[in-house]
Ligand binder design. Structure first.
Ligand SMILES: Nc1ncnc2c1ncn2[C@@H]1O[C@H](COP(=O)(O)OP(=O)(O)O)[C@@H](O)[C@H]1O
Ligand SMILES: [Mg+2]
Length: 234
């Protein structure tokens, strides 16, 4: 579904990604792990069209997308949930969700999608009239992920959903991602919570200093000596 081929990218005077290649197949939940500053967020931003490539190619359903603007990439079916969430804090949960469906013109389809999202996240339905700004940290993450789903994406790029959350809320957010996969949504997940993430993801890539240094089934990555030392403290 998604394929990165020898990506070199970064910011004006700083190259962050060096010859990064990986793929995400339909229906998979793939984890991208690595230390702070490795370039994980930069990778997601690059796929979402927010950063221009120096070289390389990004394919989505066999079409080149790295020459397309962000809004087109999103219309093609890629939804990006940044770590900053970007919720409208003065608007209700329901209004935030509807804004996520702006690309769907048909009101009826919007409402159907909303009903589906509420089925997936009952806690958001209970709070549909509450202002987003008054929600707890975990609820906001949930809302940002749910809003990302309102455009009915085929692929979701999710950056550090557990950042700043207490363990019990982290569990709720991870459960939501697992439910997404059960419903056929493909997910590329960036996470610092390596232990948990390698327990529920299908495959993983390890990014260090802008380079992919390891890849494989999550179970194997979790058992790897370097990963155990560097990320799991075992
Ligand atoms: N907007 C930016 N402008 C310049 N450099 C940036 C910007 N955002 C991130 N960087 C730098 O790019 C590198 C990778 O950052 P990032 O992709 O955020 O890493 P990660 O998400 O793995 O922690 C870091 O050295 C960081 O300082
Ligand atoms: Mg990051």
């Amino acid at each position: 579904m998604l394929e990165l081929k020898n990506i070199n990218a970064g910011y004006d005077f700083l190259q962050v990604l060096w010859d990064v290649s990986f793929r995400v197949d339909e229906g998979e939940l793939v984890a991208l792990i690595g230390p702070n500053g490795a370039g994980k967020s930069t990778t997601l931003r690059t796929i979402a069209g927010l950063i221009k490539l120096k070289s390389g190619e990004i394919l989505f359903n066999e079409k080149v997308i790295n020459d397309k603007p962000t809004h087109l990439i999103s219309q093609m079916g890629i939804s990006y949930v940044s770590e900053k969430l970007n919720l409208f804090t003065g608007m209700s949960v329901r209004e935030n969700l509807i804004l996520g469906a702006y690309a769907i013109r048909d009101k009826e389809v919007q409402l159907e999608t909303l009903a589906y999202i509420f089925e997936l996240f009952p806690r958001l339905e209970e709070r549909k009239d509450q202002l987003a700004g008054t929600m707890s940290g975990g609820e906001r993450k949930m809302l940002a992920i749910a809003r990302g789903m309102m455009s009915k994406p085929q692929l979701m790029l999710v950056d550090e959903p557990s950042l700043g959350l207490q363990p019990n809320l982290t569990q709720d957010v991870f459960s939501a991602l697992i439910q997404l996969r059960e419903r056929g949504v493909t997910v590329l997940l960036v996470e610092q919570n390596v232990n948990a993430t390698l327990s529920f993801s299908d495959r993983a890539y390890v990014l260090e200093q802008g380079k992919i240094v390891m890849e494989g089934p999550s179970k194997e990555i979790k058992a790897n000596k370097h990963v155990r030392n560097a990320y799991l403290g075992i």
